[in-house]
Design a protein around this ligand. Sequence first.
Ligand code: FMN
Length: 190
Amino acid sequence: MTTPWRLTLDASLLAHRDDPMCRYVQLATLGLDGRPANRTVVFRGFRPDSDDLIVTVDARSQKMAEIARSPFFEICWYFGRTREQYRLGGTARSINDSDRFLAGLRTDVWRSLADAVRIQFDWPSPGTDWQNHDAHVSAEIPDSSTPLTSFRLLLLTVERADYLNLLADPPLRQQLEIGQDGWTCRRVNP
Ligand SMILES: Cc1cc2nc3c(=O)[nH]c(=O)nc-3n(C[C@H](O)[C@H](O)[C@H](O)COP(=O)(O)O)c2cc1C
C-alpha cells in the first residue's frame, strides 16, 4: 500500500514536473562533532517497488562518514508553487557494488546520469585541500556502463514525516509516523 506522505509527495512532484529545481532537497545528518550537518542534494527518484528515496553521493564525502556513525537523516523539501514543506526523517543506507541485490539499481542510476555529473566522481576527494585546477579539468569522462568505486547510492527510508501546507485554508500540518500497525497521521496546529 502506498504510504500517505508518498501520495501527497507524488502530487507535489506532479505539480512541479516542469521545474527541475523541485528535485533539490536539503539533507541533514548528524555531524561527527555532534552538530547538525546540512547540504543540498538531488532527489533521483524512488527505489522501485518501495518508498525509499534515492540520492547519489561520493563515498569519500563527509556525509558518508557521518552516516556510518549515525544513519539518521532528515530531509527538508519545499515546493514553491503549492507552498508545501515536507520534513522526512528516517534511516539512510549506503549502497556499493558489494550489495548483491542493489548493485543493479546502482548501475542503472549511474547510467542515467549526465557525463557532467559522472565525471565528478573522478575528481579529487571532496572536502580535502584544493589540489590544482588540472586535477578537475583534465579528469576523463568515466565509462558510462560501470560505476566508479567512489559512486554510492544512498537509500533513505522514511520513518516519520512532518507535512505543512500553507496554501490550504486554514493551513494544514500533519505528523505521520510508522509504527507496528502501519502509518499513523495526526493533525496538529501549524
Ligand atoms: C544544486 C546542488 C545539488 C547537489 N546535489 C548533490 C547530490 O546529489 N549529491 C551530493 O552528494 N552532493 C550534492 N551537492 C553538493 C552538496 O551540497 C555538498 O556540497 C557535498 O555533497 C559535500 O557535502 P558533505 O561534505 O556534507 O558530504 C549538490 C549541491 C548543489 C548546490
